[in-house]
Design a protein around this ligand. Structure first.
Ligand code: ATP
Length: 236
């Protein structure tokens, strides 16, 4: 389980996150919703050890304290991030991108098994191992980005705006793929603008407003909540 307890992040004088507490269990999909600048990316970056701000509070994965650990050690403990904009290497092939995802000791041990698992999850990638990623469609590049993160053999996969720039059809495919990641027993924590499609596959969600977690509920309840409908689902 990934647990953030009372996490506060400051960029100089600016508090981007204030006393945020968020939990994600294995085999669970959790969505974080919130307006631009609310602090959503900051939360994911703090958990991954790549936040430029000062992070305080408690961040634990399977009991291991992540706070202060360098990003590569955090990957080793079992937390992978698919950053906003995907972070793939466009000049390298699919296979090379996937291999680069298996750099941690934890991943290298089982690299062949993990690669098979990624190919089972995304059969298209197994047909395109030699394709240069920059020549792929946005949806395919997103598969590579998720596949690469999966190569680190995570227990928790975090994603920052994974559906950004994808058509509604490709977004649907993306969310179905994330549901399959969950079925592998992996916990999924994502920040999403697409509240409707992400809540449809999620178990729970959190709303962040002005650096604070203001609401937490099951995805089903959030979808029924009039305030959530008005702010995030375009209803009302
Ligand atoms: P968006 O949906 O627009 O990406 P967000 O909810 O992910 O928004 P964050 O990126 O977490 O928001 O940013 C929260 C606040 O912290 C914003 O006011 C932002 O300008 C500020 N911020 C983010 N990164 C830095 C940084 N490296 N230095 C200074 N301020 C930052």
């Amino acid at each position: 389980m990934l647990e953030l307890n009372n996490v506060t992040v400051s960029y100089g004088q600016h508090r981007a996150l204030e006393n945020a507490s968020v939990k994600v269990s294995k085999g669970e999909i959790v969505v974080i919703l919130g307006a631009n600048g609310a602090g959503k990316s900051t939360l994911l970056k703090a958990a991954s050890g790549i936040c430029e701000g000062v992070v305080a509070g408690e961040i634990r994965l399977e009991g291991t304290d992540l706070l202060g650990l360098p990003a590569n050690k955090i990957v080793d403990v079992g937390l992978a991030l698919v950053p906003e904009g995907r972070g793939v290497f466009p000049d390298l092939s699919v296979r090379e991108n996937l291999t680069l995802g298996a750099y941690s000791a934890r991943a290298r041990e089982d690299e062949r098994v993990t690669l098979e698992r990624v190919f089972t999850l995304f059969p298209k990638l197994s047909e395109r191992t030699k394709q240069i990623v920059g020549t792929m469609s946005g949806g395919e590049q997103q598969m590579v980005a998720i596949g690469r993160a999966m190569m680190s053999n995570p227990t928790i996969l975090t994603l920052d705006e994974p559906s950004l720039g994808l058509s509604p059809l490709l977004s649907k495919e993306l969310f179905q793929n994330l549901a399959r990641v969950k079925d592998l027993g992996i916990g999924v924590l994502m920040v999403e603008q697409n509240a409707k499609q992400s809540l449809a596959i999620a178990d729970r969600g959190y709303l962040i407003e002005n650096a604070r977690v203001v609401h937490e509920d099951s995805a089903a309840n959030l979808m029924r909540d009039p305030a959530v409908q008005a702010a995030y689902l375009g209803v009302g």
